[in-house]
Ligand binder design. Structure first.
Ligand SMILES: C[S@@+](CC[C@H](N)C(=O)[O-])C[C@H]1O[C@@H](n2cnc3c(N)ncnc32)[C@H](O)[C@@H]1O
Length: 255
């Protein structure tokens, strides 16, 4: 029997078909010397997503896409591995590795069932990768398995506020109304495409992280800086100044 669940198969074909479009944003992020995060491109200096010292750390990016987050980690001294479910996204990542002469292992696979051993990484990271495209009840235990004791898990996702206020129609920004229930939020399927996303409420996420042996160290609710713009029509700037569009979870494996 195949281990690949229905959402992994449908997300694989969705991302293979979107990969060409993501090549350009991927290339521009590879070219940035310093990390920026999320749809408002908030600078690392301001947001403080990464540990201050990455030198010598073994890292895995779960849902690495075009691989720019791992490239930023490599330039700060880490030894990254990128894993992604889409061969087409990984083809872009390989091309950009060649262009920047910066190579690290890329694995074609599913972040819910990673073909690597236990306790071999110091940091697992995901920016809009496994963090929203995988079932948290599968990928977070998998991240815990891959991390050494004391290892860190860092991931960026859309906020619950955004997920409750986003209309069903593709390309429409978040409204000021609550359009769906908070309780029970987990799997999201949009009428206009075949892909599947996952988003949990805060209580469910904290309980899941703790059950997997993590302590939550921070939850950064992202605010756009002065003058911020975005090419992603998830919310207007006025909306994003009132409510978080995105959040960064930082956890450490302690048990
Ligand atoms: C928005 S991209 C994020 C990656 C990266 N930050 C970027 O923008 O290039 C989402 C990525 O998650 C990957 N993905 C979706 N489901 C996955 C799964 N089950 N396992 C690993 N990667 C997955 C997709 O193939 C896609 O490349």
């Amino acid at each position: 029997m195949s281990d690949i669940t229905d959402h992994v198969t449908s997300n694989r074909s969705a991302w293979d078909s979107w990969a060409d479009w993501y090549a350009k944003p991927g290339a521009s992020n590879w070219a940035r010397p310093d990390p920026v995060w999320g749809i408002w491109a908030v600078a690392e200096d301001r947001l403080g997503v990464l540990p201050p010292d990455l030198a010598g750390l073994d890292t895995i990016e779960l849902g690495c896409g075009t691989g720019y987050v791992s490239a930023w980690l490599a330039r700060r001294g880490a030894r990254p591995v990128g894993l992604d479910n889409s061969a087409a996204q990984l083809a872009t990542a390989r091309e950009l590795q060649g262009h920047h002469d910066l190579r690290f292992p890329l694995i074609h696979g599913n972040a819910e069932k990673v073909p690597l051993g236990d306790a071999i990484f110091d940091l697992a990271i995901s920016e809009y990768g496994a963090s929203i495209w995988c079932d948290p009840y599968a990928w977070i235990p998998e991240a815990a398995r891959l991390l050494r004791p004391g290892g860190r898990l860092i991931f960026l996702v859309n906020s619950p506020q955004l997920m409750l206020s986003t209309p069903d129609e593709d390309g429409k920004p978040a409204t000021e109304q609550l359009l769906r229930p908070y309780f029970g939020m987990h799997r999201f399927e949009w009428p206009d495409d075949e892909s599947v996303e996952f988003h949990l409420g805060h209580g469910d996420m904290i309980r899941l992280l703790r059950r997997c042996g993590f302590d939550v160290e921070d939850l950064i609710e992202v605010q756009p800086p002065e003058g911020a713009t975005t090419q992603w029509p998830l919310a207007t700037i006025d909306w994003a100044r009132k409510w978080p569009t995105e959040e960064v979870w930082k956890a450490r494996k302690v048990r």
